[in-house]
Design a protein. Structure first.
Ligand code: AMP
Length: 300
């Protein structure tokens, strides 16, 4: 595995790999866990070569958020990626990604202000900007993202469509701890007690999933079930619990056409998110011609 620190070196290394085959890109902020590695393995299975980026992107953190506290584990991350047979690791500095005087940003209007975009103003502007830069540097054939960040997936799909990026965006299922807790680099910042409490997020989604399996389709009832579970857990502070369209991220009245159940909450100082996709019920399933591009993920 080659580690590259500058945009120029990464561009040259990617150009040379692309001459001999397809290239998959896995953008990350590091402190890698099995969720990240599932993306890396999928990229390795589907491409001749794999590039991984590790960059804690300052523009997606608002002032007062956890940019400084975000876990950084570069040595361990490098060893994990080496063991996976990754070809290129890109770990640029902030100055490399944001040249002095940089004032150009990518904004996905509407979508970028929903769910996490509503709670974290400017977050998706930072995400879209850094991912667009990575796409320009790497020119991947495929780029891999986790369903864990469902709103991010919706924003980036729109960006790829609108800015005509010639690549395939591949979405990978959420990887969970045995307890059900969605894996996240931020889990490293949880105490043992907080880790237990964090189970309230996946617990709320599991409760909603049970209701769906029992035939509940009303968004209001599912939302109430998630809210009551999240607000009854001591030490967990709700941010949102929503039932939305997976692509527009706008609230839906029912799950008949499929829906994204999304939750966010603070556990201590750490903000966590989780979600669950509910498939369209077969009676109401739209005809294939009107189906969106398939997304692969955990679903009920
Ligand atoms: P991050 O380092 O948090 O920016 O995540 C990098 C990529 O890994 C994003 O596309 C995430 O959605 C994905 N990811 C993070 N956690 C998980 C998980 N538990 N399961 C699947 N993908 C994940």
């Amino acid at each position: 595995m080659k580690t590259l620190f500058t945009v120029r070196d990464m561009q040259a290394a990617c150009r040379s790999l692309r001459q001999t085959g397809s290239l998959g890109l896995v953008p990350t902020m590091g402190a890698l866990h099995d969720g990240h590695l599932s993306l890396v393995r999928r990229a390795a299975a589907e491409n001749d070569a794999v590039a991984v980026s590790i960059f804690v992107n300052p523009t997606q953190f608002a002032p007062g958020e956890d940019y400084d506290a975000y876990p950084r584990r570069l040595a361990e991350d490098g060893a994990k990626l080496e063991a996976e047979g990754v070809d290129l690791l890109f770990t640029p500095s902030v100055e490399e990604m944001y040249p002095s005087g940089a004032t150009t940003f990518v904004e996905v209007a509407g979508l970028g202000d929903r769910l996490d975009g509503a709670s974290r103003p400017g977050h998706f502007r930072g995400v879209a900007t850094v991912v667009a830069k990575l796409f320009h540097i790497v020119h991947p054939d495929r780029a891999y993202f986790g369903q864990k960040d469902a709103a991010q997936v919706a924003v980036l799909r729109a960006m790829v469509r609108d800015l005509l990026f010639p690549l395939q965006l591949v979405v990978c299922p959420i990887v969970r701890e045995p307890s059900g807790l969605a894996m996240s680099s931020r889990n490293l910042n949880l105490s043992a007690a907080e880790r237990d409490r964090a189970g309230a997020l996946s617990g709320a989604l599991q409760t909603a999933a049970r209701l769906v399996r029992d035939g509940e389709t009303g968004a209001a009832a599912l939302r109430v079930a998630m809210l009551s579970q999240l607000s009854s857990e001591d030490g967990v502070r709700l941010d949102y619990a929503e039932v939305v369209h997976p692509e527009t991220l706008l609230p839906v009245a029912d799950t008949l056409q499929g829906a994204l159940l999304a939750v966010a909450a603070w556990v201590g100082q750490t903000r966590l998110i989780d979600n669950l996709l509910v498939e369209a019920s077969s009676a109401e399933r739209p005809q294939p011609a009107s189906l969106p591009e398939p997304i692969e993920e955990m679903h009920v």
